[in-house]
Design a binder for this molecule. Sequence first.
Ligand SMILES: Nc1nc2c(c(=O)[nH]1)N[C@H]1C(S)=C(S)[C@@H](COP(=O)(O)O)O[C@H]1N2
Ligand SMILES: [Mo]
Length: 277
Amino acid sequence: MTDHSSAPAPLDGPGAPLQSEAAVLAEARRRSRRSFIGLGLAGLAGIGGWRWLISQPADEGIPRPLRKVLDFNSRLSQAYFKETRLAPEFARSRAKTPRENGDVGLDGDVDPATWRMRVQGYGTGKTQEFTLADIKALPKVEMTTELKCIEGWSVVVHWAGARLSDFLAHYPLATRSGRPADPLNPPADLAPYVGMLTPDEQYYVGLDIASALHPQTLLCYEMNGEPLTSAHGAPLRLVTPLKYGIKHLKRIGTIAFADSRPKDYWAELGYDWDSGH
Ligand SMILES: Nc1nc2c(c(=O)[nH]1)N[C@H]1C(S)=C(S)[C@@H](COP(=O)(O)O)O[C@H]1N2
Ligand SMILES: [Mo]
């Protein structure tokens, strides 16, 4: 995956026009040369520019010129994404407890003994239920990585859980054929996207399959050596340190695979769908 001339895997769904990786990176260089990359509102001179902007037709509720910048950022993070690129890891002694941030979908408490994770098979469409013991029976992976929030804070946390890729190798639910998902050799029948929802479906995230199968993407049940508390997502949450905190869905209820981008709570509010960093 070092060949920058080849187009990235079709992460944008069937038929979607995808710029090649080289084209996206060349465009990024061109834009940064012209100090264009942070365009946002700064590139629009004064109030006249703002009037022009808000008079533009809207796309998903966002004026089209801004939507273009968001879409461009999204393609950029896809172009930089490699399954071999790892988020930095830190000494465990640096780990701290993050603030309890975001409680959408976390009303009430969940009993870990009766909780079930429901996974809808891509091929069969049938839902299978898993207990916390099923997740804990998979190899336990520990890592000390940074949780970065779009609000501008970040904190080093020690996480433990099972790799989502190990789960999908063991329970072959992500392929049409029923073959195990292999992150190093993704078959053509692998689902291109994964969606996750809280049990009450109030919070939800979408991930491209490469991010889902990344070795640091965990179905996480421990934070700093202790079982997750309810506010941090007990009994099971997602941790995916190449993405901002908004993608780290707490209290997983349902996982489903999809052919196009699953709905995403913060993308609906205008954030970049990929939210990589
Ligand atoms: N169910 C759910 N998960 C969520 C959120 C939320 O509101 N509801 N907020 C997200 C955001 S914005 C961040 S920064 C992280 C924070 O995780 P923490 O509370 O463990 O620090 O959780 C993410 N997961
Ligand atoms: Mo966040």
